[in-house]
Ligand binder design. Structure first.
Ligand SMILES: C[S@@+](CC[C@H](N)C(=O)[O-])C[C@H]1O[C@@H](n2cnc3c(N)ncnc32)[C@H](O)[C@@H]1O
Length: 263
């Protein structure tokens, strides 16, 4: 799948740093505070965050003020270089390039949150089968992983490959991978993306030892309705107008997170 290769992302036109993908939410700031933060707030601030596939740092910008340390790992050297430049003033941030399969630069048992959004949706099952056990290894005892991935396999080829979603991955396959590797599912939220079909999934998982109770499976075919409400009624309160990108080197969002004093 070309969308999952370093060369595809190296030739991508990153001039808006991925802000263009937040259009349906009215910008990344509105999307973070209206859609992602409500799903993550129980786990933030975090001591250490591992972000898989940060791209040009669309979410890193919001994660950085909420942690003491952040490591971003991306398959593309251009993305790694761009994040290093964009967040050069954040001394608690580091970025490294990988082979698209391994997380060896991340220390085992040390991350309170592993985060990946709008990246691994293109990753086929071989990539997910490599990442899931490693993610579980990288987590602390009570750490959690929030991973956005494909659920296209559930449609058995009946809807083509919308938005470059990986056809070999489903919510169930990811749940099986988590369970087989001594992990537990906290939440799986199947979501629609762009259209009506729930070909995406947000999986929140942890090690078996995590104190959370019974996992929940949610079928949310109104994820885009949520996006449009955020765009139409919340984004007016956000400072990041669409494609209104600042190019300074001290690019870290303002919040009351504990990482703020580190800068
Ligand atoms: C659509 S961009 C999204 C970037 C960022 N998550 C965002 O939402 O703005 C996809 C990113 O995933 C990276 N990527 C794709 N496959 C990867 C893999 N197997 N491992 C690490 N990074 C990967 C690409 O290099 C690119 O930076």
């Amino acid at each position: 799948m070309t969308w999952n290769t370093a060369s595809f992302w190296s030739t991508y036109d990153w001039k808006a740093r991925g802000e263009e993908w937040s259009e349906s939410w009215g910008g990344s700031e509105a999307q973070w505070f209206g859609s992602l933060f409500p799903r993550l707030h129980r786990f933030l601030p975090a001591n250490r965050i591992l972000e898989i596939a940060p791209g040009f740092g669309r979410w890193t910008h919001y994660l950085l003020p909420t942690c003491r340390e952040l490591l971003g790992i991306d398959v593309s050297s251009d993305c790694v270089a761009a994040c290093r430049e964009r967040f050069r003033a954040a001394r608690h941030a580091s970025f490294s390039q990988n082979d698209g399969l391994s997380l060896t630069d991340a220390k085992d048992g040390s991350f309170d949150l592993v985060f990946s959004f709008d990246s691994l949706v293109h990753a086929d099952i071989d990539v997910m089968a490599s990442y899931v056990p490693q993610i579980l290894q990288k987590l602390t005892d009570q750490g959690v992983a929030f991973v956005h991935h494909s659920n296209l396999l559930q449609f058995n080829g009946s809807i083509g490959t919308p938005h470059g979603r990986a056809p070999s991955v489903s919510a169930r396959k990811i749940a099986d991978l988590v369970k087989r590797n001594r992990g537990k599912i906290l939440v799986q939220e199947m979501i629609n993306w762009g259209g009506e079909d729930m070909h995406d999934c947000l999986t929140l998982f942890a090690r078996d030892s995590h104190k959370a109770g019974q996992g929940r499976l949610i079928k949310n075919n109104r994820f885009m309705d949520e996006a449009f409400i955020i765009r139409d009624f919340q984004s007016v309160y956000s400072g990041s107008g669409l494609l209104d990108v600042v190019a300074d080197g001290n690019d870290v969002a303002v919040s009351s997170g504990k990482g703020e004093s580190d800068k």
